[in-house]
Design a binder for this molecule. Structure first.
Ligand code: PMM
Length: 273
């Protein structure tokens, strides 16, 4: 089901965070239609996959009840799947992953690499979806305490290998695993840059690699303090192009249009070599 997308390079995953705090009756349809409109705009701009998330995993973020998470994401997934859009569900929860795949998602994007929910590896195996395993330590609340590495590249690589072993043991075939070093998850800015600079090491292990640098704090640190979020899109697009140049399979981004332009330049450069 995802073979064609896994064979394609590079892919652009557009971020659809449906993480509003209240879904009041009046606001629900507005939020729903606004989310759909944004997803359609990203598809029109060339997004290959739309990544739908109903719970923020940022450092310090509070957990959302699983019913609320599902109310946010499932109607959007159903609608976009019916329109033929390739979708991934960004969740830590196995039950949300299972429901999302039933609703039409083809990828399960779990930043915890199946550490947050003991049932996730089984769901990943049984669902038939392609599973994106992120590297993380701790939880959203505690991850900053775990940002200690002997060598961040060696440690992340080894810990991702352990996740692959666990997924494989649960029945997820290697061909359905994508790895993500989890920039910002139990990592400071230097860790993130080091992982990016050594990306070819991770790529060398043979799994498709997804990179999520877009608008993250370490990107924001390049800008003056008064800069707004949207100003992070230029350095995010540069990092996306460099990541693809280093062999990444895909990039998870907010500004699809700008990323596609950066990747078009990268592809021209590559093709002319
Ligand atoms: N980062 C966030 C959420 N989901 N998924 C993957 N695979 N990789 C990431 O780096 C990642 C993710 C947090 O960023 P956001 O709050 O801007 O979505």
């Amino acid at each position: 089901m995802t073979e064609a997308l896994l064979a394609q390079r590079p892919i652009v995953m557009g971020i659809l965070n449906v993480t509003v705090d209240s879904f009041s009756d009046g606001g629900a349809f507005l939020e729903f239609s606004a989310a759909l409109a944004h997803a359609r705009e990203m598809v029109a701009s060339g997004a290959d996959i739309i990544d739908v998330g109903g719970e923020s995993t940022r450092p310090g973020a509070e957990r959302v009840p699983v019913e609320v998470e599902q109310q946010r994401v499932l109607p959007i997934i159903r609608e976009l799947a019916a329109e033929g859009v390739a979708l991934s569900i960004d969740t830590l929860n196995a039950s949300t992953a299972a429901e999302a795949v039933r609703a039409g998602a083809r990828f399960i994007n779990d930043v915890s690499g199946a550490l947050a929910d003991a049932d996730m590896a089984r769901v990943a195996a049984e669902s038939g979806a392609t599973y994106i395993a992120g590297h993380w330590r701790g939880t959203s609340a505690t991850m900053n305490e775990f940002a200690n590495y002997d060598s961040v590249v060696v440690d992340v690589r080894n810990e991702l290998r352990l996740r692959v072993d666990a997924l494989h043991a649960a029945g997820v075939p290697r061909e359905r695993i994508v790895l993500d070093p989890g920039l910002g998850f139990a990592k400071n800015a230097e860790h993130n840059w080091e992982l990016l600079a050594q990306l070819s090491t991770l790529v060398g292990d043979g799994f498709p690699i997804l990179i999520g640098a877009s608008r993250k704090r370490f990107i924001g640190a390049l800008l003056p303090t008064e800069a707004n979020m949207v100003e992070r899109d230029v350095p995010s697009a540069v990092v996306a192009a460099l990541a693809v140049n280093a062999g990444a399979w895909g990039v998870r981004v907010h500004d699809v249009r700008m990323t596609k332009l950066a990747l078009a330049a990268q592809q021209k450069w590559e093709n002319a070599r």
